[in-house]
Design a protein around this ligand. Structure first.
Ligand code: 6PG
Length: 250
């Protein structure tokens, strides 16, 4: 299986609304494809908010088998869950708390003494959920991993040039200092842990993303380019984020 080396599949939607709809449909398709226990790794930042609203809306919530789906998060800002910067708190407030059994919501702990201690605790939680300490390529950890891309090309909290991006053994690491705002310490899943999924789905929308999407499409070896699923990797982008040259085309 050489899928990891494959280029991501680029899907262009008209605008952020259509992009969120398409993302929701892909989440539903991954859920439908797995008759057993399902694991979805959410992401932070502003990019997934519309998708979270959709999943909690009447159009979708009734179709999600909440008793079979577990919700994780790919990275967290090391702030209390009461802080508006906390990624899982946003997902909880937007759609999880009203729908998911509380035992199926798996936040990264931010009450540990350090980001590193939080990372170790989350790695233990993921490994106990997975039932092994080593990832088996034939048995992905997640059905779907959601991702975003930051202005410097980071994804999750894997920043360009930082040691965390080179991690090959650990599943989760502490990141003492962020490269972009908010400048709070982070905890992040690593490339091998994020890769262990059937589908990795990036949402990249809006004109603000045009400079970074241009660099990513040019193949710069930034974290958002290096993050690949062992299965399928999809970049969902909207027209406003596309580089001038290809906008409106394709
Ligand atoms: C975080 C995210 C991060 C995010 C990108 C894009 O904690 O900040 O998980 O990786 O996806 O920074 O952020 P926006 O969606 O806010 O542009």
């Amino acid at each position: 299986m050489m899928a990891a080396a494959d280029q991501p599949k680029l899907i262009v939607e008209a605008d952020a609304e259509a992009l969120a709809q398409a993302a929701a449909e892909r989440v539903m398709a991954r859920i439908a494809a797995n008759p057993g226990r399902i694991a979805i790794c959410l992401t932070g930042g502003s990019s997934p908010r519309k998708l979270y609203q959709l999943l909690g809306s009447d159009a979708y919530r009734g179709k999600i088998p909440w008793d079979r789906v577990h919700w994780f998060i790919g990275d967290e800002r090391f702030v209390p869950s009461s802080d508006p910067l906390n990624n899982m708190a946003v997902a909880r407030a937007t759609f999880l708390d009203r729908n998911a059994p509380s035992g199926h919501i798996h936040p990264i702990p931010t009450t540990a003494e350090s980001p590193e201690a939080g990372a170790e605790a989350y790695a233990r939680e993921l490994q106990s959920f997975y039932g092994a300490k080593n990832l088996d390529p034939a048995r992905p950890l997640f059905d779907m991993v959601l991702m975003g891309a930051g202005p410097d090309g980071h994804t999750a909290s894997l920043f360009p040039g930082y040691p965390a991006i080179e991690e090959t053994i650990r599943w989760v690491v502490g990141v003492p200092k962020a490269n972009v705002a908010p400048f709070v310490p982070r905890v992040s899943l690593t490339l091998p842990a994020l890769a262990s999924c059937r589908e990795m789905l990036f949402e990249i929308a809006g004109h603000d993303k045009q400079p970074i999407l241009t660099r990513l499409l040019n193949g710069e070896t930034l974290p958002a380019v290096r993050a690949r699923s062992n299965g399928e990797t999809v970049w969902l982008v909207d027209q406003a984020a596309l580089p001038e040259g290809i906008r409106g085309g394709r």
